[in-house]
Design a protein around this ligand. Sequence first.
Ligand code: ARG
Length: 451
Amino acid sequence: SSDVVRRDRFSGGPAREFLSSMDADRRIFAADIAVDRAHVVMLAEQDVIEDEVAGEILAALDEIEAAGHEALPEGEDVHAAIETAVIERVGPEGGKMHTARSRNDEVATCIRYRLREDLLDAVAATVALREQLLSTASEHTRTVMPGYTHLQPAQPTTVAHWLCSYEQAIARDTERLLDAYERVNRSPLGAAAFAGTTFDIDRERTAELLGFEGIVENSMDASSTRDFLLESVTALAAHATTLSGLAEDVIVFANRGFVELSDEYASTSSIMPQKKNPDTLELVRATAGEAAAGVNGLLTTLKGLPRAYNRDLQSATPYAWETVDAVLDATDVVGGAVATAEWPEEFLAEAAGEGFSTATGVADLLAANGLPFRTAHEVVAVASERGADRDAVDAAAREVLDSPLAEYVDPDAVEAALDPTESVASRDSVGGPAPAAVEAYLGDAEDQLAA
Ligand code: ARG
């Protein structure tokens, strides 16, 4: 057939390897078989090709699928190689498979088909991680720990409140992935090279057979756009960025002895026998860089491409696969590391009071008893230079207000406000760290996940 001749024209050139996407196409081998099947069924239903030929092509596709990507004949890409394999089995009639389509709409359809699966895996991974974070949180609603701003001791919080802060962020990551999925899940098949076809095809039918939610209508856009890759990879990069923050927190906590990673998620040093390093989380932190590189790779590859199909697009696709794989692995590792880590409660409670971290609570207490908050802030600021106890606050009151603390507030209440556990329990506003507030969050979040 002329198809075979066309390919032979390009068979031996020095740029052959350079042009080939065969290796990267391993990822869309199964997708291409599915797309071929749907297209052939539609062509037969529309009487564009004979049922008998369609049957032979479908049988050949079964064989080719069973033999796998490695068994494919030579080809510039998986689409060409599978077509050659069909023709090898069916004869020239096998060339009817490529009626009314181009590799341009074919590859775009394959990428979307495969990426759908990857995005659903990513969604499942974020959901599993959230379940893990919530389950660990439910064991630590009363495990008081230091909270930081600027990496300086700020206010006491709990391990559960910290964990839920990431669970809530990852819930938005899940939403972004699902949002991307919606737009990935459209079929470009039937756009042909870019300009549609004279054959009486049914694009809705192939979309339906492949499980797509409708088509990408304009054939020039359908065959050339890769914005769906950008959107998916951006959603993955946002999630990787969330994970990198969590990883960095755990690295800092491990450094201070606030958390002990299980040996399975730590590494040793080849020379320093005492070392236990949080390498897994360092790699999670680095994954955000890889994902950002994926976004950047796509943006710079796609920027300024003219309509319609250009071969640059072949180089865009691997950024998506690399990012998906890296981010999926990182998500799983974070879940495992959190699930198996130990939180030394007594040590954490002690550390939670360091650096006069209850100062804000003392100022709040003075303000609740009638002092303007700004004045209360000043009293406690002066106290913080003298120490972090009741006597220091009393001395500060005498200095700033010219009267003893007891004139403004019950000194026992000040004593309580200075206690990290009391401090946490008193911050029971919605979304706050008090055990009751976190338990309310946990209940809602678990319900949402179950739904
Ligand atoms: N392998 C190519 C890709 O990934 C599809 C081939 C379309 N080639 C072409 N010269 N029109 O984009």
